[in-house]
Ligand binder design. Structure first.
Ligand SMILES: Cc1cc2nc3c(=O)[nH]c(=O)nc-3n(C[C@H](O)[C@H](O)[C@H](O)COP(=O)(O)O)c2cc1C
Ligand SMILES: [Fe+2]
Ligand SMILES: [Fe+2]
Length: 391
């Protein structure tokens, strides 16, 4: 990878990570990712916006060398997470005169996380500007997208917003700018679901702030650059503030088929009632798909057998994740099976305690479901049908 021009004197100098399949040892990356870094060459000074994952530091430095960069005045650290800050130590070594510019919280985090000496870091607060001569950088605080210290940088003359993780997508692509909107929409939604959704309320405020600026270009630090920012701003508006959709997400698992039989019946009855449903068998599901489905579904119904008095561990994992992601979901219930007893329902509901959901009576069978259990599923379908009609 080499450098590529975004606008005059602004180049993309980051790297594409085609092979990466897991982020934070947690988040699946079916389409790889990129760590975008941008060099702004002003008439009087230059600034690098964010760096790249540590393993790729040499590629970043090579791109700068190819551009003929032999001095660097500033490195802007919009975010302290290592996929963007990891190469800061190498950049500081390569350019001993460089000063890091970050938020007040960012400074503490960079010294804690990377042991960077604090004398090399200057802080900026909301609205502060730095002149590079014919180009001016303005810094805006955008906390919790997705860490407490996150900020964005606006290049005023060219109206380019460097948003770091905000509006990013984990997508390895040769497209510098968005070309395939459908592909980027899905990747950005997946990114939002797994990384941004837990901070929906504060993101809504940050989104308003970005809309006010009306940037001409949004250049995030993962995935392609938006030449039509409306596309991603509207998508975020819908994901963050839009109404829930009349859809039911059904994460489930079954060891001996009892739960599965009830879940299958439930899914069929929803379909017959013309209700959109997305079942996810947790034996095989890629959890990013589940997270994406949770972005706008009105209801989630969890299916689990009882294992050692509680839910199946795969269900515990999915429920813990759903709880942590804090989707807009309004209704929840459980379809379960046990052999003799246990705390299946209470345990699952306990692990969904952060969701503000109305819970419909669960359906619980002993072993295979009997007529009464299937009638209970019919009742649950009715409950959901009514609730979705009233949305
Ligand atoms: C490893 C294992 C642990 C189990 N632990 C419990 C339990 O603690 N309490 C209970 O009531 N049933 C327990 N059961 C029985 C199952 O919950 C019961 O067979 C249930 O109907 C299985 O549902 P499924 O067919 O959807 O897998 C256990 C079964 C297995 C295989
Ligand atoms: Fe991050
Ligand atoms: Fe990131």
């Amino acid at each position: 990878m080499s450098y590529r021009q975004i606008v005059d004197k602004v180049n993309s100098v980051g790297v594409i990570d085609w092979d990466r399949r897991l982020f934070d040892e947690l988040i699946p990356l079916p389409g790889g990712t990129s760590y975008n870094s941008y060099l702004i060459t002003g008439s009087k000074a230059s600034a690098l916006i964010d760096t790249v994952e540590k393993d790729f530091a040499d590629d970043l430095l090579r791109n700068l060398e190819e551009l003929g960069v032999d001095s660097l005045d500033y490195v802007i650290a919009n975010h302290a997470e290592q996929d963007h800050s990891g190469s800061l130590p190498e950049v500081l070594r390569a350019f001993p005169e460089t000063e890091i510019i970050t938020s007040v919280k960012g400074k503490n985090m960079l010294t804690d996380l990377l042991n960077i000496k604090s004398k090399r870091i200057s802080t900026v607060e909301e609205g502060r500007e730095i002149s590079l001569g014919d180009k001016t950088l303005k810094f805006l605080e955008t906390p919790w997208v997705h860490w407490p210290e996150t900020m964005v940088t606006y290049l005023e003359e060219d109206e380019v917003l460097f948003s770091c993780d905000f509006f990013g997508s984990h997508l390895a692509t040769s497209d510098l700018f968005v070309r395939d909107e459908a592909e980027v929409y899905r990747a950005a939604k997946r990114y939002y679901a797994q990384i941004m959704m837990p901070f929906r309320r504060i993101i809504s405020k940050n989104l308003d702030k970005i809309k006010e600026i009306q940037p001409a270009i949004i250049a995030p630090s993962h995935g392609p650059v938006y030449q039509d920012p409306e596309f991603i701003l509207e998508a975020y508006e819908e994901w963050v503030n839009g109404p829930v959709k009349p859809e039911v997400v059904v994460p489930y698992i079954s060891m001996h088929g009892s739960t599965e039989e009830l879940v299958d019946y439930f899914v069929d009855r929803l379909i017959q009632n013309d209700i959109r449903v997305k079942p996810f068998n947790l034996r095989e599901v890629e959890l990013g798909q589940l997270a994406m489905a949770l972005v706008d579904a009105a209801a989630v119904v969890i299916g689990s057998p009882t294992v050692l008095t509680g839910p199946h561990p795969q269900v515990s994992y999915a429920a813990t994740l759903a709880n942590a992601l804090r989707p807009k979901t309004k209704f929840a219930s459980i379809i379960g099976s046990c052999g003799w007893g246990g705390n299946l329902v209470d345990d699952i509901l306990g692990s969904l305690n952060k969701l503000e959901v109305e819970v419909f009576d669960p359906v619980l069978s002993k072993g295979r479901g009997d007529e009464g259990n299937f009638a209970e599923v019919d009742r649950l379908v009715e409950d959901i049908n009514k609730a979705l009609a009233d949305l």
